[in-house]
Design a protein around this ligand. Structure first.
Ligand code: CIR
Length: 254
């Protein structure tokens, strides 16, 4: 069984961090509606949703993915690359401690969960403005005894590795090849996004279904032709805060 840890959208979402996007007004009520739709979609797929209360003073706290990486054997608490986001980890660590033994990335290393893509026993970590080699080395030391290999991967033009690539079926990725070189994933098969939909590679795979943003119909069509079952949610208001689908939950298998 899977649990999704989520957090309600902060009233201060308009003060979010932005790296590649221009700031534009975010309708917080609309973002909350889309977040509720996202949680409902998770529940429809049989996931138990554990929603944490709003953090009024932490604008990006809805993007819980960046605070931790949950493996079967342990959870690694991140040290987010954007300093104002580091306070977000405390309450997540408290919750995750109920499910997993915790490890913590130590200063001065920096890493966002959005940069961490696990494919079986291989963990790719995007080298971005948010994540550095020190964190990758710490993660390697933590999980090598558990049989994982941690590898850096070059990413350019987007916020996180998972803006550029996510898994849509076992050993099948959807990728924006202008942001990450698909060949870097050691021969793992991939589908490219439709080139007119740069942000379409961030999807959330849950069993045999893949959550996709309705903003990317051409890429959804490509997935459908490949036999992938998409569940479509609207996420364009949250996208103004540079967040997408993986970032709004932490999936914990129990
Ligand atoms: C940030 O820049 O940190 C937030 N505004 C967006 C974080 C999105 N997180 C993710 O894709 N994992």
């Amino acid at each position: 069984m899977n649990i999704a840890i989520t957090r309600q959208v902060s009233r201060s979402l308009n003060d979010c961090e932005l790296t590649f996007l221009e700031r534009q007004p975010i309708n917080v009520a609309r973002a909350r509606g889309q977040h509720a739709q996202y949680e409902a979609a998770l529940k429809e797929l049989g996931i138990a949703v554990l929603t944490l209360p709003e953090e009024p003073d932490l604008p990006d706290s809805v993007f819980v993915e960046d605070t931790a990486v949950v493996l079967d054997e342990c959870a690694i608490i991140m040290r987010p690359g954007a300093a104002p986001r580091r306070q977000e980890t405390k309450s997540i660590a408290e919750i995750l401690a109920g499910f997993r033994e915790l490890r913590h990335i130590q200063a001065p290393a920096r890493v966002d969960g959005g940069d961490v893509l696990r494919l079986g026993k291989r963990i790719y970590v995007g080298l971005t403005q948010r994540s550095d080699t020190n964190a990758i080395e710490q993660m390697q030391d933590m999980v090598a005894p558990l049989g994982y290999a941690v590898e850096p991967i070059r990413v350019s033009g987007c916020l996180h590795l998972k803006s550029a690539a996510t898994e849509i079926a076992p050993d099948l990725l959807v990728v924006n090849p202008t942001w990450v070189d698909p060949a870097a994933f050691h021969g793992v098969k991939f589908l490219a996004i439709d080139p007119s939909e740069a942000h379409a590679a961030n999807t959330l795979r849950l069993g045999d279904s893949v959550l996709c943003s309705g903003a990317f119909p051409r890429t959804i069509e490509r997935l459908s032709r490949a036999g992938i079952h998409s569940v479509i949610v609207e996420a364009d208001e949250l996208a103004k805060a540079e967040g997408a689908l993986t970032c709004c939950s932490l999936i914990v298998s129990i």
